[in-house]
Every structure is written in C-alpha cells, then in structure tokens.
Design a protein around this ligand. Structure first.
Ligand code: NAD
Ligand code: TYD
Length: 354
C-alpha cells in the first residue's frame, strides 16, 4: 500500500525518475504521483517522457522549489498528499566543496519545509501515510579496509554534501520522535544506471571515453565505493514504503565494492567492445589531484532490510555496468542535449584547477 497521492520530490533527477517509472510499472500501485521538481541543472523532464500518456490522469508535474514553503503547502492541499518520497537534493560532492550554500538550502531547509507541510496534515487529523526520506551512506564518513556501515554506525560526515544530508536525516528522525510523524529513512550506497547526470563517475567515464577525452581519476584511484544498480534501489524504497517499520532507518547497498580505477578500466574495456576504436580507451585514463576530504571507502551492511523485508540486490555489478554502458551508447541524444553550457562550465571549473 502506497497511499493514494504520492508526492515524489526531485522526480526529474536520476533516481527519482527511475523510481517514478518503476512505481507506475507495479500493478499494485493504483494511485497518483505528483512530481515536484525545481528543474535545477540536474533535473530533466525528458527523463519522464511518455509517462503522462502511459498513465493518464495519474501523473502530475509541478515545477516548484522545496525551499518555498507556501508553494509546498499549496501542493499538499491541492493534491491531498498522503505519502511523501523525498529525493530532491543537491547531490554532487564536488559541487558541495566549491559552492556549499545551495546544499544547505535545499537539503536542510527544503527538507524542513516538506516535514512542516507533512506535520500540518498529520497533526490536523487528515490521512497521512508516510514521509520517506532518501539519504546516503556518506553520512557515516569513511571506512578503513575492514568493516561495514550499519544503521548504528555514528554519523561522521566529511563533505558539505554529506553534512547537509546528515542534518536532514536528523530532522526527519526528530519529527518522528517529537510529533509521531510516520517516517522512514534509507541510507543508500552509490547508484548507477540510466539517466544519471554525467558529472558522476560512471556516466562521466562512459561519455569521456566515447568522445576520446581524458578520463579523470582522483588521487591514486583506490577509493572504494559499494555500487548499486538504480532499479534495485527503487525496489528497496518500495519495500520500505510498504512494509518498513515507522521511525526506522534502513541501509541499502549493492554488495559490490569496487576501487574506482577498476571501474574505470572496466568501462574503457566495455566501450572498446561496444563501440570499437583503433586504440584502447584505457590510454585516456588520467590521474588528477585528489578531492579534498575524499572518503576512502564505503561499504554497506544491508542485513536489516534483508532480514526484515526480504530485500537484496538482483543485479550484479558486471551485468549492471554492461546495461548502463549500452544505455548511454543507445541514448547519445539524451546526453548530447543535457551537456549544455552550464555543464561545460562546471567541467571546466572542476577539472582545470586540478
Ligand atoms: P540528482 O542530482 O540526479 O537529482 C536531484 C533532483 O532534485 C533534480 O531533478 C533537481 O532538479 C531536484 N532539485 C534539486 N534542488 C531542488 C529544490 N530546491 N527543489 C525541488 N527540486 C530540486 O540526484 P540523484 O542522484 O537522483 O539523488 C536523489 C537522492 O538520492 C538525493 O537525495 C541523494 O542525496 C540521494 N542519494 C543518491 C545517491 C547516488 O548515488 N546518486 C546515493 C545515495 C543517496
Ligand atoms: P561520485 O560519482 O562523485 O560519487 P561520490 O563522491 O558521491 O561517491 O564519485 C565516485 C568516486 O569516483 C569517488 O571516489 C570520486 C571518484 N571520481 C573520480 O575519480 N573522478 C571523477 O571524475 C569523479 C566525478 C569521481
């Protein structure tokens, strides 16, 4: 059961758009989705082309900023929102290092505005099913070579992005403890798959290697991330919305720890196989100065969601990466259209100073 009127914030971004498609594909979902997105540089309505026609009368788009409380309250009223799935965020660590202010605004103040709108409904006795907050494993900081993040790992965020997400997690938790608002939180590892904006490692490497541009690897390339295919993440979120215990946090991970350099080499080889060129794309790999405060290793222990809700990832990293590279090759026009002026100036600013 998902409620009747599901507010998805940030539905034009990478995970949010995959989530909307996924939920509509489920036969047990009969409700409406109201997608609220400010369409920042990372938001793209093209990610949801055809959804309104495939599900007539059940998909609504509202361009609004979650930092605007009256716009958010108005949307709650007009659509009789009874469930929230909150993705909207500034999501790129490198951008948070260069310009943290929008991370504080959107990730903290924006989350607060949504919680307030939900609290008003809930405390006035109107139907309110759940506020689900999407968060990240980065709130836990960095691991050494051993060990895993559990739901009980203390928060130790190291980047402005991670600190702003940690702050929003605390607010969500406090609204449950103080007001009894039905909430759940999920802390997920690195996602990859179709529609990911090409500032993030995997799509950036796919597109640069295709275009014969340098493939930047930060530091020694031995930082480890735990990768999860985006559809597996969407399934985990749906499980939590339906069956997760209210007030609880669930860690979600891919059981797929990889060093960055290995991923970059795998992508170069896949691009060579699927779009052959005369010389190997590995020649494009370029080590660049490290990201400040770069977390060494993330790895998730997802035994809680596995034991309580029966969820585990379905996609292996090898099959998921092949699917992802193929998607970017088959959808070149998608990336061509989003690689706009703003994106180019970000790439210049971020990589020229390294
Ligand atoms: P994304 O950057 O691709 O998309 C973010 C979306 O939010 C965009 O559509 C953008 O327009 C919208 N948005 C930004 N600011 C807004 C505002 N003020 N008001 C309304 N909309 C706004 O991000 P993503 O990778 O899809 O991540 C979604 C969520 O998942 C985030 O909360 C992120 O912290 C979390 N997360 C991401 C990953 C990952 O690997 N991508 C991993 C764990 C958790
Ligand atoms: P990223 O996709 O930015 O995700 P996050 O920082 O949230 O984990 O980066 C994934 C890893 O790849 C991270 O260790 C930083 C590294 N990285 C590079 O080596 N080169 C790049 O150009 C980018 C964008 C990231």
């Amino acid at each position: 059961m998902f409620g009747d009127n599901l507010l998805v914030t940030g539905g034009c971004g990478f995970i949010g758009s995959n989530f909307i498609r996924y939920i509509f594909s489920r036969e047990d979902f009969r409700g409406r989705i109201i997608n609220v997105d400010a369409l920042t540089y990372a938001g793209n309505q093209e990610n949801l082309i055809g959804v309104d026609k495939s599900y007539p009368g059940r998909y609504f788009f509202e361009r609004a900023d979650i930092c605007d409380p009256s716009a958010i309250q108005d949307i709650f009223e007009r659509y009789d929102i009874d469930t929230v799935c909150h993705f909207a965020a500034e999501s790129h660590v490198d951008r948070s290092i260069k310009r943290p202010v929008s991370f504080i605004q959107t990730n903290i103040i924006g989350t607060f505005n949504l919680l307030e709108a939900a609290r008003m409904r809930f405390t006035s006795g109107r139907k309110f099913y759940l506020f689900h907050h999407i968060s990240t494993d980065e709130v836990y900081g960095s691991l050494g070579p051993q060990g895993y993040f559990t739901e009980n790992t203390p928060y130790r965020p190291n980047s402005p992005y991670a600190a702003s997400k940690a702050s929003s997690d605390h607010l969500v938790r406090a609204y449950h403890e103080t007001y009894g608002l039905p909430t759940t939180i999920s802390n997920c590892s690195n996602n990859y798959g179709p529609y990911q904006f090409p500032e993030k490692l995997i799509p950036l490497v796919i597109l640069n290697s295709l275009e014969g541009k340098p493939v930047p690897v930060y530091g020694d390339g031995k930082n480890v991330r735990d990768w999860l295919y985006v559809t597996d993440h969407c399934e985990a979120i749906a499980e939590i919305i339906e069956h997760g215990r209210r007030g609880e946090t669930y860690n979600i991970g891919g059981h797929a720890e990889m060093e960055n350099i290995s991923i970059v080499e795998m992508i170069c080889d896949l691009v060579d196989e699927l779009a052959p060129s005369e010389t190997s794309r590995r020649r494009l790999i370029t080590f660049v100065p490290d990201r400040p405060g770069h977390d060494r290793r993330y790895a998730i222990d997802f035994s809680k969601i596995n034991t309580e809700l029966g969820w585990s990832p379905k996609e292996s990293f090898t099959s998921g990466l092949r699917k992802t590279v193929s998607w970017y090759l088959e959808n070149k026009s998608w990336s061509e259209r989003i690689i706009n002026g703003e994106y180019q100036s970000w790439i210049q600013e971020n990589y020229e100073q390294r």
